[in-house]
Design a protein around this ligand. Structure first.
Ligand SMILES: [Zn+2]
Length: 389
């Protein structure tokens, strides 16, 4: 990844709402016609969530080039995904959006509900770390980024792999480093297939990521749309050039497509495993997972009603010295990281002989309430779950 930053931020332009409306109408028609629609996002999509961009007037790189300190900004873990983020989730869920290619590492796309197989995170994700030896990934509800005390190429986070004991490294791509192969390949593959690419909130100046939209942009028959406040180096090959905030365009676009922008719901998945060791001795384990089975750390503690012990670190294991049989109820008190002020959740687990049960936990930050749903464990998820040290 390579880049330079100018001292004077490029001028920002905002078109009239009427002009945006007309362009949104045309773009909506193009989306309906398209067979392979892809979206490419940059920092501009997260600014309305309180996360600063890089090259705007108060952007991180602009301030650095001017020798000024970075502005205070919202903690990305507490940021609420924007209208643009949520519109993309809806487009994904309806099968309209085939792949999301993002340069952002704030983790907001994944938290908003974009599935792991539907996103190429070209510059990494500050909530994701992986084992240097066995490549096992871990998603954390905290910043899983190296302190870079030993230089910007030392990505060690200080944690160890729960599977093999290997060193965990963050997924952030710093200047001068290669982009992750899986994500770059996925992005190129879909860019080749795309008949419509929409760029949201990127000035397209960071190579090689910025080359992705130019693939459909330069191909005959494919269309390129760019929504960004500043000009980009590829404006001359775009079919739709929209100067406005991404939220304004996406709200209009969803209206034209007659689709809702869903509210942000924080979704967590939890596996409860009850292993019978002797008639009255059981090992109960509680594990956070992603939709693809990747372990996710989002709990602070797990308490079992009637048990004195509180599990405060992964793996969350509680030993039960009582008879647990079909029909027995285990009541857990789950304590979360609380970035969205989510309160503790009491989970009633009805034991029915199946060793492992998956729960979908949904938290609505608007109402401050949790809801839970017992689900089937997809076969593929089980094989990934290896948390015993
Ligand atoms: Zn490992």
């Amino acid at each position: 990844m390579a880049d330079t930053a100018p001292k004077v931020a490029a001028e920002e332009r905002r078109e009239s709402l009427a002009a945006v409306d007309r362009k949104a109408e045309a773009l909506a028609k193009q989306i309906k016609k398209s067979k392979h629609f892809i979206v490419f996002t940059g920092a501009g999509i997260s600014t309305s969530a309180g996360i600063p961009d890089f090259r705007g007037p108060d952007g991180n790189w602009t301030l650095r080039a001017q020798g000024k300190p970075r502005t205070k900004h919202a903690n990305t873990l507490q940021a609420i995904p924007t209208i643009s983020h949520m519109a993309l989730v809806e487009l994904q869920n309806r099968g309209i959006l085939k792949i999301l290619v993002s340069q952002n590492c704030d983790g907001l796309h994944r938290r908003s509900g974009i599935l792991p197989e539907r996103i190429a995170e070209l510059h990494g994700n500050s909530n994701r770390e992986a084992c240097n030896d066995c490549n096992k990934e871990y998603i954390r509800d905290f910043r899983a980024v190296s302190t870079y005390e030993n230089g910007i190429h030392d990505h060690r986070t200080g944690r160890k792999c729960a599977r093999c004991g290997g060193t965990l490294i963050d997924s952030i791509i710093n200047f001068g480093e290669d982009l992750p192969k899986r994500d770059l390949d996925l992005a190129y593959q879909h860019a080749e297939l795309a008949d419509l690419c929409l760029v949201l909130g990127s000035s397209l100046t960071v190579t090689p990521a910025c080359k992705i939209p130019t693939i459909p942009g330069e191909r005959k028959g494919a269309k390129l749309a760019i929504c960004n406040l500043q000009r980009t180096p590829v404006d001359d090959i775009t079919d739709y050039r929209i100067f406005t905030e991404t939220d304004i365009l996406m709200a209009k676009l969803m209206e034209k497509l007659d689709l809702p922008v869903p509210p942000f719901i924080l979704r967590r998945r939890l596996i409860v495993k009850v292993e019978t060791q002797e008639e009255d001795r059981h090992k109960v384990e509680v594990t956070g997972v992603d939709s693809d089975g990747t372990p996710v750390t989002f709990l602070q503690s797990v308490r079992l009603e009637g048990s004195r012990r509180v599990a405060r670190a992964e793996p969350y294991i509680i030993h039960v010295r009582d008879t647990v049989q079909p029909g027995s109820e285990l009541r857990f008190d789950l304590e979360f990281m609380g970035h969205y002020n989510e309160p503790n959740l009491e989970l009633a687990h009805l034991y029915n002989d199946s060793e492992e049960v998956l729960y979908l936990l949904e938290y609505d930050p608007q109402t401050g309430k949790w809801s839970t749903e017992r689900q089937e464990i997809p076969q593929r998820a089980v094989e990934y779950i290896v948390l015993d040290p």
